[in-house]
Design a protein around this ligand. Structure first.
Ligand code: A3P
Length: 305
């Protein structure tokens, strides 16, 4: 595919992002994204976790894996959540149009995948399927701060490419962010969840963190595998907590993942609500809140401030 025909914007140092269907991606992901868009045909019982980067993907991967594979604690202790639940674009379709990882399982257990692709690019794929989608969102200020930390860690070896928070904020507000614009990404799935509530569940990082037990149960119900024992739910909440997950060697590893230039340990930091208050200036907070009011609140979606 000829990337030079696509719009591009400077992003970080000499790196640039490329625009595909109105959304911005690292150039090396454009071909992989197109493979998913053109070739992925979800099975009716596929389960797909969708997120904007840094919204809590790693956490919900471990929870969904645990819900679908009860007694998964030993697996979580030895495999990183990103290896247990692969990204469609970065892992499953990274090299091939018809990847082996897509082979339907011999039993009728659902396949579980994740993606950062916006609904606007997956409209045909999702509209033609009965698969289940879980969309996890997070407030934009914490997403931005988490992204800024993550990217600086990923570029750690090259100090020339360190990224200031002001630069990161400018890019985020302009929509020029990995898989951004953030607001379009969230709204695409929010609207879909209202249209197809049986197939699409929309959850926020904040409500999950405030009531993880309640949300693990709701997710079990949504996926058609309700819990009989409250204890099972408690186990999942505990086993997937940031304290427990980040204590495992596999998740502490400084080694880079095979599919992204970031170390395994960079997916676990604080996992709190409102950490942006420790980093963003009042001016940046106001700037993002104004955008949030314009993009979310004006539509009656009272989220993100
Ligand atoms: P912070 O940088 O704010 O701490 P993603 O998984 O989408 O890349 O998002 C990463 C964010 O989720 C990071 O946020 C990370 O610390 C947080 N996170 C990872 N595992 C978590 C868990 N088990 N519980 C809560 N938050 C978690």
């Amino acid at each position: 595919m000829d990337l030079s025909s696509l719009p591009r914007e400077k992003w970080l140092g000499d790196d640039y992002l490329v625009q595909l269907g109105g959304f911005w991606f690292l150039p090396q992901f454009v071909k992989k994204n197109k493979r998913v868009i053109n070739n992925y045909k979800p099975l009716p019982n596929d389960v797909i976790l969708v997120t904007f980067p840094k919204s809590g993907t790693t956490w919900l991967k471990s929870i969904l894996y645990s819900i679908l594979n009860r007694s998964s604690r030993h697996k979580l202790a030895v495999e990183h959540p990103h290896d247990l639940v692969p990204f469609l674009e970065a892992q499953v379709f990274a090299e091939a149009d018809e990847p082996l990882a897509l082979a339907a399982p011999s039993d009728d257990r659902p396949r579980l995948f994740a993606t950062h692709l916006p609904y606007q690019l997956l409209t045909k794929t999702l509209d033609s399927s009965e698969c289940k989608v879980i969309y996890l969102t997070r407030n934009p200020k914490d997403v931005l701060v988490s992204l800024w930390h993550f990217v600086n860690k990923w570029n750690m070896e090259n100090p020339d490419r360190s990224w200031s928070l002001d630069e990161a904020t400018d890019k985020f507000c302009d929509g020029v962010s990995l898989c951004g614009p953030y607001y379009d990404h969230v709204l695409g799935y929010k609207e879909l969840s209202l249209k197809r509530p049986k197939n699409v569940m929309f959850v926020t990082f904040e409500e999950m963190l405030e009531d993880p037990h309640g949300y693990v149960k709701k997710l079990g119900d949504f996926l058609g595998c309700p819990f009989e024992e409250e204890e099972e739910v408690d186990d999942i909440v505990k086993n997937c907590s940031i304290e427990v997950l980040s204590s495992y060697d596999v998740n502490k590893s400084k080694e880079s993942t095979t599919w992204f230039p970031s170390p395994y340990n960079s997916f676990f930091r604080k996992g709190k609500i409102g950490d942006y208050k420790n980093y963003l200036s009042n001016e940046s907070v106001q700037r993002i809140d104004t955008l949030t009011k314009e993009r979310f609140h004006s539509l009656g979606f009272m989220y993100g401030i």
